[in-house]
Write a protein that binds this ligand. Structure first.
Ligand code: NAI
Length: 416
């Protein structure tokens, strides 16, 4: 007897399966590719292996080893006696049955895939998504990246360091639309100084062999490239058999869910990229845990409104909570406090002086609202602030917390 069916063993699906199994539920997991999903196989983990490799050759050699080791770890976790892993695509027969297995609860965690621009030449041999770029055996001499979102910026940063001549073409005026404008601009300027060429406010129209054509300020401009990375967003992985279950979904926006990730059909949930909410591995994981808690009748206080995120460029950028612009738009009164890496002893010792921290908090009580950081280990610094924000702490409480000296975290207590 199966209590819970999970379709997809990415970070959302496999974590939910292990958590449910440890709480005594009998779980059946369907996975037709590799366990670990996009994040482990062609996303976060391979890209971080690239970031932490000295050369392209070292990166391509280490990538399969790192991925294989982690995949082995997940397979071990999934060998729990309460879990049955079926290595095929889970297909909805009706609202309770997936490929012949019936259960009261079903979690859809099928993830997302790269969205390719529908422009002439997008199907060319030298054009691909981040998945194909990670499969290249030779470093492209000239790399053109379409889109200065998270994927575009991470690959621009690492391939420039490996020695590619990198050009980024972005439709909007600034990179990283979800990040604080000040931080995004500083990061772009730093990468520009390192030799990356950015064409901002430029919409790509077509690709003709090695020529990428785009329009900027009403003028036609072109860039020559040996490889073109399309990094213009991702789309939820929906499947026609979802119609057999009867829940609402949309090709573009994914599966519609409520605040508890329930679909429009009782007993069916959708977590991670496929619900189009927050396309982040850790968001998928926490959504899965929340759903299993609901099934088990356990109340939790996971704050999905404080979802930290990081961009693993060199240096990193990271944030939690609303940007200054968003706070202004929402009419929320706030104060902004800043500090800079160049005044931090550890940053100087590490020769990592490029960076800044911005903390937004309520004016009276000083309750922390958001943090935006750019600089070495920004993700770890934002993680610390995420804990304070989640617990409703104030800037004063953060300042009164003893910080180890010398550490980068001290930039937080050094804010003006
Ligand atoms: P994105 O939505 O972050 O950025 C896409 C960019 O492409 C936008 O800035 C957009 O203006 C631009 N664009 C669209 N059409 C264009 C055109 N015709 N010409 C020029 N520019 C154009 O999407 P991205 O970077 O592909 O990432 C996909 C998802 O994966 C995101 O939700 C992201 O959060 C997630 N992700 C997260 C990572 C992390 O947390 N470190 C790492 C990688 C991906």
């Amino acid at each position: 007897m199966t209590d819970l069916i999970i379709i997809g063993a990415g970070p959302g699906g496999y974590k939910a399966a292990v958590y449910a199994a440890r709480h005594g539920l009998k779980v059946t997991v369907f996975e037709d590719v590799h366990v670990g999903g996009t994040c482990l196989n062609v996303g976060c983990i391979p890209t971080k292996t690239y970031v932490h490799s000295a050369t392209f050759a070292e990166a391509t050699e280490r990538q399969p080893q790192v991925v294989e080791a982690l995949r082995g770890g997940i397979e071990t976790l999934l060998s729990h006696p309460n879990i049955t892993l079926i290595r095929e695509k889970g297909v909805f027969i009706n609202a309770n049955t997936v490929s012949g297995v019936t259960a009261k609860h079903i979690i859809v965690a099928t993830g997302s895939s790269a969205k390719m621009l529908p422009i002439p030449g997008a199907d060319g041999q030298n054009v691909g998504s981040s998945t194909e770029l990670l499969g290249l055996k030779e470093l492209p001499k000239r790399l053109c990246i379409i889109g200065a979102g998270v994927i575009g910026m991470e690959f621009a940063s690492v391939f420039q360091r490996f020695g590619s001549e990198v050009t980024v073409v972005e439709y909007l005026k600034e990179c990283l639309p979800m990040v604080d404008g000040d931080i995004a601009k500083r990061l772009r300027k730093l990468l520009e100084k390192r030799g990356i060429t950015f064409y901002m406010g430029a919409g790509v129209k077509s690709i003709d062999g090695s020529t990428v054509l785009f329009e900027q300020k009403g003028k036609e401009v072109s860039v020559e490239a040996d490889y073109v990375l399309m990094a213009t967003g991702r789309k939820p992985n929906v499947s026609p058999d979802f119609a057999n279950a009867g829940f609402n979904y949309d090709e573009r926006k994914g599966i519609a869910v409520d605040e508890n990730f329930k679909t429009s059909v009782k007993g069916i949930y959708a977590i991670g990229d496929v619900n189009g909410r927050q396309m982040l591995a850790h968001a998928a994981e926490m959504q899965g845990i929340h759903v299993v808690n609901r099934i088990l009748g356990i109340e939790d206080k996971i704050r999905f409104d404080f979802m930290p995120a990081a961009i693993f460029t060199e240096p990193e950028a990271a944030c939690v909570g609303p940007t200054e612009d968003q706070l202004k738009e929402q009419g929320v009164p706030f104060e902004c406090h800043k500090s800079f890496y160049r005044a931090n002893g550890k940053a100087l010792a590490m020769n990592e002086t490029e960076g800044m921290v911005k903390l937004c908090c309520e004016p009276e009580e000083g309750k922390l609202l958001s943090a935006h950081v750019f600089g070495a280990h920004a993700a770890d610094i934002v993680q610390e602030v995420t804990a304070y924000i989640t617990l409703g702490a104030t800037l004063r409480q953060l300042r009164e917390t003893v910080h180890i000296h010398p550490t980068l975290s001290e930039v937080l207590i050094e804010v003006n």
